[in-house]
Write a protein that binds this ligand. Structure first.
Ligand code: ADP
Ligand code: MG
Length: 270
């Protein structure tokens, strides 16, 4: 890759998430063999590759669920390689899961409020216990945060429905609102379009684009749906068998012979 390709939009300003030279071995298997991923704020970055390429392992290294054998992870320039998943979440790494994890017996609003409340606990246990600030104040702040998130994610019309009764697309929005409650600097999205129909998926994509520009947020997403990736990502990292295959703009990825070859015979790969 020639250096000038990196100027824009692949240029990296040091913000957001940077995982450098990551190596993960499972016994004899090298799941990641020296992979670097950069996901600055203000950009949607894609992480794609055929099944088994190492995408989920890379996500887990970024959020701290998987220990790397080599490499470092930084957030806004700060080394977080040795921080626990909980601490990384507090520092600003949010994530959603492929399988949704909502409380079905609670309403949409209650699901979002719980996440907003959890964000308070992490910040200041004394406030949460009512020792400082008072419960009424905390309660009002949680409600204000939840109101804003529900509005921003378009959940107002269904805010009092039970989470067990909403569609997959709506559930995805609730998950997103919950992840945003902590005010993340970087969101890791694992297959956000899974379970959504084409219209829901397009709507969700537009919401992500808006969030990135409104909230000084970066997104790193693993996504199955190639047309979605090519539409909303400004920069894409492609992995194959735990190795970086290429980094580039959607246009560069779309026309890459190497990428095409890697995907051949890989029906349904992300
Ligand atoms: N916990 C684990 N133990 C052993 N092997 C694993 C484990 N997790 C992933 N792998 C292997 O590492 C490779 C990369 O897996 P993964 O990161 O899930 O790929 P992807 O998400 O791109 O499909 C695969 O060969 C997979 O079988
Ligand atoms: Mg995976």
């Amino acid at each position: 890759m020639s250096p000038d390709i990196r100027l824009d939009p692949g240029a990296y300003d040091g913000s957001g998430l940077r995982a450098v030279g990551v190596v993960v071995r499972f016994g004899g298997l090298v799941a990641l063999g020296g992979v670097t991923v950069e996901a600055p704020r203000g950009r949607i970055t894609g992480l794609i590759g055929p099944n088994g390429a190492g995408k989920t392992t890379m996500f887990n290294v970024c959020c701290g669920f998987q220990k790397a054998d080599e490499g470092t992870v930084t957030l806004d320039g700060k080394d977080i390689s040795h921080e626990s998943p909980a601490r990384r979440a507090r520092l600003g790494i949010g994530r959603t899961f492929q399988r949704m994890e909502l409380f079905g017996s609670l309403t949409v609003r209650e699901n979002v409020e719980l996440a907003a409340e959890a964000a308070h606990v992490g910040d200041d246990p004394l406030t949460q216990l009512g020792i400082v600030g008072g419960r009424g104040k905390v309660r009002r702040e949680v409600k204000a945060t939840a109101d804003e998130l529900i509005r921003d994610t378009g959940l107002e019309p269904i805010h009092d429905r039970l989470a067990s009764e909403i569609s997959a697309g709506q559930g995805r929005l609730v998950e997103l609102a919950r992840a945003l409650a902590r005010g993340p600097k970087l969101l890791l999205l694992d297959e956000p379009s899974s379970g959504l129909d084409a219209a829901e998926s397009a709507e969700f994509a537009q919401l992500l684009v808006r969030l990135v520009s409104d909230r000084d947020l970066g997104i790193l997403m693993v996504e199955h749906d190639m047309s979605l990736v090519l539409t909303i990502c400004q920069w894409i990292h492609v992995l194959d068998f735990g190795k970086p295959l290429m980094n580039g703009t959607p246009q560069q990825v779309r026309t890459s012979e190497e990428v095409r070859a890697a995907y051949l015979g890989q029906e349904g790969a992300a």
